[in-house]
Ligand binder design. Sequence first.
Ligand code: E4P
Length: 217
Amino acid sequence: MKLFIDTGNLKEVEALAQIGILDGATTNPSLLAKESADPRHILTQICALVNGPVSAEVVATDYAGMVREGRDLAGINEHIVIKVPFTKDGVRACKTLADEGHRVNVTLIFSATQAWLAAKVGAAYVSPFVGRLDDIGTTGMTLIREIVDIFDNAEFPTEVLVASVRSPIHVIEAARMGADVVTAPASVIEQCFKHPLTDIGLERFLKDWEKAQAARV
Ligand code: E4P
């Protein structure tokens, strides 16, 4: 399973990209709006840092506007994946852009039928939002299992990109269910590194080593 970072913050991307664990990134208008730098500059920099797919979302809501904006975003860098919201206009724009050879990520997916329709028109990725489904008292990960099954049965090449991730449990469940990609905020990726026994173990190794060195002199 590939790991993308879900952010518009360059420092967060840089810190994790240099470790070598990132396969790509996703952004959305809310994430880019938090940053003071020009969004196109941010997207260009993220592309250079992750050297992989970077989703950039259109803000137009009509078909023609989405297609126009999508083509423009794709011109920023070869790594840009055009992100469109799941609406009728978004699905139509996805078909047009995919037919032109662009990679499209259909976002704001909350049901299996939505994912299926997006895949039918050639989406490269669908982004089901698991955390937001959990927030309304349902189990977001159940949707991932359904979409993975449907795409396997239909042999769709569309990748299941698990989004709105809130914890390492979402990450692990996504991997176990056979999702293609998980996109997580930096805070969740940081949590994936941590285990108290690793810290305690390392501290003990180093103390024992120091003790032995001191005894030798
Ligand atoms: C995905 O591409 C979205 O940017 C993101 O995962 C939304 O997550 P949120 O529900 O935490 O805002």
